[in-house]
Write a protein that binds this ligand. Structure first.
Ligand SMILES: NC(=O)c1ccc[n+]([C@@H]2O[C@H](COP(=O)([O-])OP(=O)(O)OC[C@H]3O[C@@H](n4cnc5c(N)ncnc54)[C@H](O)[C@@H]3O)[C@@H](O)[C@H]2O)c1
Ligand SMILES: [Zn+2]
Length: 395
C-alpha cells in the first residue's frame, strides 16, 4: 500500500531533500540527482527549470504495475506544468527489455509527434529505465531523458551513469548506448510498495558498492540494515534518504572518472569494479534459466565467491570476508544454490571467458572498500572451482 503522508510531514520531509550534481563530459556537462520522500508530486514543477522553454511534450514510459501506483501523481504534475503527456506502458519483466519493445517505443514517439526539444520520462525500475533511455538516445539521434527510478536497485545503480540498452539474441544488455539523463528524481516513498525480494536485490548491490569502493559506505549500509531491516517500517526516513544519496554519490563518482568503462583500465577506481560479484552472479542466473534469482540476489552470492577466491589467494583478509558474509546475511536467506552444479558454473565461466579476450578479469577485494582487479590467468582454476563449490554448498 502506498503510504499516505500528511501535507505537513511532506513539507517537512521535502525540506530535507538532498540534491547532488553529477558531472560528465557531454555537451551539457552535468545533471542533478534529487532524493527525497514525496518527491513525485513536485517533479513537474522541478522539470520546468531543467527542460527547454520549447518543450511541448513529455512522453512518459512506465509499466502497468508502477503506473498504477504512481503514474497519476506524476502525470498530473507534468500536465500541470503545461506539457502534453503521451503515455506508453511496457510489459512487466526483463523479457520486455527487448528490441521489439524498443521499436514499439520509437513508433509511439513518432505517432505522438515527439520533436528534438521534447523529453522522455521513465517511471519504474531498471527495465523501464534502460529501455526508455535507449529509445530516448536513438530517437531523432537523441532527445532529453529523465529518470524516475522506483526500485532500490534502479535508485542507487541503474538510473545513474548513462548506460541504457536492451537484451537481444546476442546477449543481455549488449545493444545499447551511453545517454545521460537530464535529471534523476528519486522518491524514496516509492520503495514502500516494493516486494521484499526486490529490496533484497537492491541491498545486495548497495553492499557491493560499499565493498568495492568505500568502507564508510559499507559500514553505513550495514548499520541501516541492522537498525531498520530491509526498509524502515515507518516509511521514509532521513537515514534512508541520506544512504541512498551516498550510494548515488559513490556510483556517480566512479562513472565520472571512467565514463565509458575504458576496457584497458584495471585500476581500483575503474568503472569495471562495479562488476564485483557479477562474474559468478551472471553464471548463476544463466545456470538457473533466469528463473530463480533476482539479478541482485545472484550478485550477492557472486560476491561471496569472489570474496572466497580473494581469501584463498591471500588477497582478502579472513576478517574482511567475515564482515562481507555478515552483511549479506542481514538480508535473510537468498535462493538456494546447493543444487547448482559447480562444474556447470565453471563451464559457463569458460564460455564467458571467450567473450572477454581469453581471460576473465576478476574483481576481488584487498579489503572492504578497496577493489583489486586480477587477471583470471593468474588464478589457479582449482581455487576458483573450490571457492564456487564451498559457497554454493553453504547458501
Ligand atoms: N543501466 C545500468 O547501468 C544498469 C545497472 C544495473 C542494472 N541494470 C538493469 O536493470 C534491470 C533490473 O532493474 P530492477 O531490479 O529495477 O528490476 P525491474 O525493473 O524488473 O523491477 C522489478 C519489479 O519491481 C516492480 N516495481 C518497480 N517499482 C516498484 C515499486 N515502487 N513498487 C512495487 N513494484 C515495483 C517492477 O514492475 C518489476 O516487477 C535489469 O534489466 C538490469 O540489466 C542496468
Ligand atoms: Zn548488477
Amino acid at each position: 500500500m502506498l503510504r499516505t503522508v500528511s501535507r505537513l510531514s511532506r513539507r517537512r520531509i521535502r525540506s530535507r531533500l538532498g540534491t547532488l550534481r553529477v558531472k560528465y563530459s557531454g555537451l551539457s556537462g552535468s545533471y542533478a540527482i534529487s532524493v527525497g520522500a514525496g518527491l513525485i508530486d513536485s517533479i513537474g514543477e522541478r522539470l520546468r527549470s531543467i527542460l527547454s522553454a520549447r518543450t511541448r511534450r513529455v512522453a512518459l514510459i512506465s509499466n502497468r504495475k508502477v503506473y498504477g501506483l504512481f503514474g497519476a501523481q506524476l502525470e498530473s504534475g507534468l500536465k500541470h506544468s503545461g506539457w502534453e503527456v503521451p503515455t506508453w506502458l511496457l510489459g512487466d519483466g526483463e523479457r520486455h527489455k527487448s528490441l521489439a519493445s524498443f521499436e514499439r517505443a520509437l513508433r509511439f514517439f513518432s505517432e505522438h509527434g515527439l520533436e528534438r526539444t521534447d523529453c522522455v520520462v521513465s517511471l519504474g525500475g531498471g527495465v523501464v529505465g534502460d529501455l526508455a533511455g535507449f529509445a530516448a538516445a536513438t530517437y531523432l539521434r537523441g532527445v532529453a531523458f529523465v529518470q524516475v527510478p522506483t526500485t532500490l536497485l534502479s535508485q542507487i545503480d541503474s538510473s545513474i551513469g548513462g548506460k541504457v540498452g536492451v537484451n537481444s539474441e546476442f546477449g543481455k544488455n549488449l545493444i545499447g548506448a551511453f545517454h545521460h539523463p537530464r535529471a534523476v528524481f528519486i522518491d524514496t516513498d516509492t520503495l514502500l510498495t516494493l516486494p521484499r525480494r526486490e529490496l533484497v536485490a537492491g541491498w545486495c548491490e548497495a553492499i557491493k558498492q560499499g565493498a568495492i569502493g568505500s568502507r564508510p559506505l559499507f559500514k553505513r549500509t550495514v548499520k541501516y540494515l541492522e537498525t531498520f531491516g530491509l526498509l524502515n517500517s515507518c516509511g521514509a526516513s532521513a537515514e534512508l534518504e541520506q544512504l541512498i544519496a551516498a550510494q548515488c554519490a559513490f556510483k556517480s563518482g566512479i562513472v565520472a572518472r571512467d565514463e565509458r568503462e575504458d576496457p584497458n583500465r584495471v585500476d581500483a577506481k575503474s568503472r569495471r569494479i562495479l562488476n564485483f560479484g557479477h562474474t559468478v552472479g551472471h553464471a548463476l542466473e544463466t545456470a538457473t534459466d533466469y528463473r530463480r534469482f533476482r539479478h541482485g540476489e545472484a550478485v550477492g552470492i557472486g560476491m561471496l565467491v569472489a570474496g572466497e577466491i580473494g581469501k584463498r589467494l591471500g588477497i582478502t583478509p579472513q576478517a574482511e570476508l567475515k564482515s562481507l558474509h555478515a552483511a549479506v546475511k542481514l538480508l535473510g536467506r537468498l535462493p538456494r544454490t546447493d543444487d547448482v552444479e559447480p562444474a556447470h558454473v565453471m563451464s559457463l565461466l569458460q564460455r564467458d571467458k571467450k567473450s572477454v579476450d581469453g581471460s576473465i578479469n576478476w574483481i576481488l577485494l584487498d579489503r572492504l572498500g578497496l577493489a583489486n582487479i586480477v587477471d583470471g590467468k593468474d588464478i589457479p582454476p582449482g581455487i576458483v572451482k573450490g571457492s564456487i563449490r564451498s559457497v554454493l554448498a553453504s547458501c
